[in-house]
Design a protein around this ligand. Structure first.
Ligand SMILES: [Zn+2]
Length: 58
């Protein structure tokens, strides 16, 4: 009759595992110009990577 308890433990563990996997699998932002990985910053409204942004300023 304590089926619920067993399941709860298992579910908590699975949820933790899933959320860890989720955070590990968050797709990195990529620059649409060169496909470079963009490191998220506070001012991440910018879509391009540093290289392409500095190119743009020419
Ligand atoms: Zn770029």
């Amino acid at each position: 009759m304590d089926r619920k308890n067993n399941k709860t433990k298992e579910e908590i563990f699975m949820q933790m595992k899933k959320s860890i996997e989720f955070f590990n699998n968050i797709p990195a932002k990529h620059c649409p110009e060169c496909g470079d990985h963009i490191i998220e910053q506070a001012e991440s409204y910018l879509m391009e990577c540093d290289r392409c942004l500095s190119k743009r300023e020419d």
